[in-house]
Design a binder for this molecule. Sequence first.
Ligand SMILES: Cc1ncc(COP(=O)(O)O)c(C=O)c1O
Length: 452
Amino acid sequence: MAIKTIIEPFRIKTVEPIHGALRTERPKLLDAAGYNLFLVASEAILIDLLTDSGTAAMSTDQWAAMMRGDESYAGSPSFARFRDSVQGIFGFRHVIPTHQGRAAERILFNVMCKKGQIVPNNTHFDTTRANCEYAGAEALDLPIPEAKEPAHLYPFKGNMDTARLAEVIAREGANKIPLVMLTITNNSGGGQPVSMENIRTVKEICRKHGIPLYIDACRFAENAYFIKLREPGYAHKTPLEIAREMFSHADGCTMSAKKDGMANIGGFLCTNDDILAQQEKDLLILTEGFPTYGGLAGRDLEAIAVGLNEALEEEYLKYRIASTAFLGNHIAGEGVPIVQPPGGHAIYLDARAFLPHIPPAQFPGVALANELYLEGGIRSVEIGTLMFGEHAQMDLVRLAIPRRVYTQSHIEYVVEVILEVWRRRERIRGYEITHQAKFLRHFTARLKPIPN
Ligand SMILES: Cc1ncc(COP(=O)(O)O)c(C=O)c1O
């Protein structure tokens, strides 16, 4: 009989002890942090699922490669290895290193966008939206309708609504649209993948109107694996072949190497356009650094060069997607409402359905995230009314899973904690804000529980 257990495809060489705060200490710590988990010290957290960004464990090959890092200001061989690795997967002519994803976004929008223009995307991530708007353009989200229904099981909920894209271009004119973007996977939309068919159709529409297509590639390897699993015609292809095909339809990309680059810092911007690349490199020198390091150390370039290929290893992806699904399926099986189907990097709890007695104005996502901390020392993040104000379409709690960091027993512990909170959900109270900043208030807001 074939063995069915999917194991972590690595063994542990260095360990980092975790203690977290005692259960009895957590209420005081949360109160002191204004009931905002961003303001709790990481030593007081037991399992940190705040983000999958920059939190990966690096491999022995990455650490070995870092020792080769050449820190020359110009012409470092570390850059050559980084560029070759990126080109081997992404295939673009120009590779511009940046210190992280949002720096690539800032440079791209600065060079390509003018005031009053529109940039359509399946869903802009918050830094992408902010950088687009900072350049004076409108960031327009065009997700498919299924994306807004948490329980809907559609396999490619990250897709762009191509009929609406065509409509927007017809209404506004191609001149008003300097580029179209696709975010793979769609982080703000529940970590859901985009199908190859959708990428091809979006490109076809763009080609007809002479509009370049850029991919926000943060979780490109997870997206490629979902295509392999779910899209007819791809089961026999490797994730690398699928990734190459995805990018063959694009004119460039932005990338945060803190995700599927398996690195703790870094990013890049790619393009096939020689003239744009020159303008982008000129801007890079102004704010990031010389084009052969772009704000990164030579050793960071080496870690990314290795990490991008490790993220595409099939054994790794099989374990990665299975461990996220393990968490989602175990809690959903007990009735806990989540965004379905489980995404690549995270599980999103539907806080409005979990806590129907708490209205959105009393932040059900914050209430749920805080209970997970009090119950089990787990840190998650609210993506809902605190983050987006009255524009929030849903109140979600994201449990993002760092790459190669936690084992199955950690995930089993998380399942147990969520189920414990689920059992006593009717006693959970809402919150009100006592202090908030003008922009991006979720990072620093202070709140207090509303008395019964
Ligand atoms: C889809 C997406 N785009 C862009 C970014 C920005 O990347 P960075 O945090 O490296 O600036 C992120 C980060 O979380 C992301 O998830």
